[in-house]
Design a protein around this ligand. Structure first.
Ligand code: SF4
Length: 256
């Protein structure tokens, strides 16, 4: 299915140029068309989707399932998720008929050496995210030329300029829902009868690991409940840490 374990040497500038060209040509298309284009034509058999199975993940996963339910879906199982998230994952997989969901775990050696008591999130969140999210993410997407995410522009000021197509080191990341608003998501959920994450009704509007997620109050930013009380706003899988990790992957797909 996937043609190579790790991509051959790639000119990252050429990838950046390709991402800009794709954005200019296709970035304004309807989300479903973007997914069809990416899955069936641009990156056939060399594309995956990364999902947190969080508060709004059902929308992208439903669109994906309607295009090709065998598209690989990567879920980073950090070991710190709410049990409700794991149950929501299993429910959506069943409802949408997703046939290739890949649970990706932190390296046992990293947990043993750097987080032997499972409490690293209390003392060093960046390091905890690196071993539980960034490194597994880089490892998971290494075989693909591109992957899709459910990120949206409205979610945070740091995402306000989010394009649909962007370069991440030697690969292309696609954000088919980049321009969707909350009302669009809600309307889609209702129109298609999609199951909501069980924690949404308890005030969780962006859902990550249990130790680093709290509900938000009315009027608060959607992601205000993530790493609340710290300066941290992203786990790193969408930032330069991933680019660096991907660029440094050895020929075996592990970090050099
Ligand atoms: S979100 Fe929190 S628990 Fe999850 S990997 Fe990051 S620091 Fe660790």
């Amino acid at each position: 299915m996937v043609k190579s374990a790790v991509l051959p040497d790639i000119d990252e500038k050429a990838i950046a140029d390709e991402a800009r060209a794709l954005e200019a040509r296709y970035g304004g298309l309807d989300s479903r068309l973007i997914i069809e284009l990416a899955v069936d034509h641009l990156f056939n058999e060399e594309i995956a989707v990364v999902s947190s199975f969080g508060a709004e993940s059902a929308v992208l996963l439903h669109l994906i399932s309607e295009v090709d339910h065998s598209t690989p879906v990567i879920f980073l199982d950090t070991g710190k998720h709410f049990s409700a998230t794991l149950a929501h994952r299993d429910r959506l997989v069943e409802e949408f008929g997703l046939t290739d969901v890949r649970n990706v775990y932190p390296l046992p050696v990293s947990l043993k050496e750097k987080d032997p008591f499972g409490a690293l999130s209390m003392t060093d969140k960046d390091r905890c995210c690196h071993i539980r999210k960034v490194e597994p993410m880089a490892r998971a997407v290494a075989p693909y030329r591109a992957w899709m995410t459910g990120r949206k522009q409205f979610q945070a000021s740091t995402r306000a300029e989010l394009p649909v197509f962007e370069a991440v080191g030697p690969r292309i990341r696609i954000n088919p829902l980049a321009r969707w608003q909350t009302t669009d998501l809600q309307a889609y959920m209702v129109a298609h009868g999609l199951s909501a994450h069980p924690l949404v009704e308890k005030g969780y509007r962006s859902i990550g690991c249990m130790p680093c997620t709290r509900p938000v109050a009315d009027g608060e930013d959607q992601r205000a409940g993530r790493w609340a009380g710290s300066d941290k706003t992203e786990c790193g899988i969408h930032l330069t840490g991933l680019t660096d990790t991907l660029s440094n992957l050895s020929p075996t797909g592990t970090n050099s």
